[in-house]
Design a protein around this ligand. Sequence first.
Ligand SMILES: Cc1ncc(COP(=O)(O)O)c(C=O)c1O
Length: 406
Amino acid sequence: MCANDNVQFRVNPNLDRLQSYPFQRLRTLLDGAVCRAGLAPIALYIGEPKHPTPDFIKRVLVEHLDGFANYPLTLGTEALRIAIAEWLERRYALGPVDPQNEVIPVNGSREALFAFAQAVIDPTRPDPVVVSPNPFYQIYEGAALLAQSTPQFLNSVPSGYAFYFGELTAATWQRTQLVYVCSPGNPTGHVMSLAEWQELFALSDRYGFIIAADECYSEIYFDETHPSLGALEAARHFGRTGFPNLVVFSSLSKRSNVPGMRSGFVAGDAKILKKFLLYRTYHGCAMSLPIQAASVAAWKDESHVAENRRLYREKFEAALALLKPSVDVEMPAAGFYLWLPTPMSDTEFTRRLYQEQAVSVLPGSYLAREAHGINPGRDRVRIALVASTEECAEAARRIRDFLSDL
Ligand SMILES: Cc1ncc(COP(=O)(O)O)c(C=O)c1O
């Protein structure tokens, strides 16, 4: 017997409310499954960009390595905040964005999406609710649970994927303190329309909740003449000066193929950002100076982003040409996921596809929760078109063969 067996072990009980992460559940699902011999495995289950990081970003990073000798400020350098503010102004035709008060650099959108709920939820108000899309990026739910609130879901279903805000009752909206939205959506690729934004802004005005708009896929769209609509752009369109109760989360990870660099930003309502900055000062998540310098260079360049989009377009065209005759799958509005309907349960499809064709995808039901009588991810799989065009086409060919052999 160990000496401290009788010592009580107590930690935050909300940690036990966290669900296992979809990739963990996938590992369990595929445990013991053996791929057919002779096929090289193709992994399309994770949304990790695979295009090379542009050389100029690496060069600037290396040129600034001396910056590791200094503690960085949580607010970031003025150069980075200006580069981000100017990018926002250019990208969304916003007019002036204040780099001092309306922008904070973050270490990728994930940590900021999580930390944000901890900073803004008031657990002393009765029964706080955090609203999340469904299916959704799992951080929203974990952030809500650790901020002592109850997640509630708005389903995003194939008839256009737009939210039906009436799914939640007035009593739920009254308790709602924070709403996460993801546009372009992971996994649906849905881009919220001005009409959806108008409804959401009206609800926010009525019930006083904050909107956290996750836009980490904003630069992966397919029509160069129609960039995806942004939340700040929608706010400006409706004359919402100062972006009241709105904060967007953006990232270089997918835009510039630097998921490991951990660089993004939040922008929006200055009053909320001031509180978030205070939180972050204690949380201790300032971005290192070399990463800030490389980020400035990345935000200032668009040619590598256009090339990135060209590659994704090429992959979608190759994959859809192979899949479309046999399966009802659409080109998404944006993002790099195919959200494929399955002719059997999504988990059985995933396991059999792996065994018979050595392609790994993610069951849609792992990305969603049962809400309003359905799990909107059920009988769908998420396929991340992140591998090379050749590999994506080969995967699509194998999925087609798998379907036609059923
Ligand atoms: C919807 C969504 N939001 C946020 C992130 C986090 O991205 P990062 O932290 O690299 O900015 C991801 C990553 O896959 C994502 O899919």
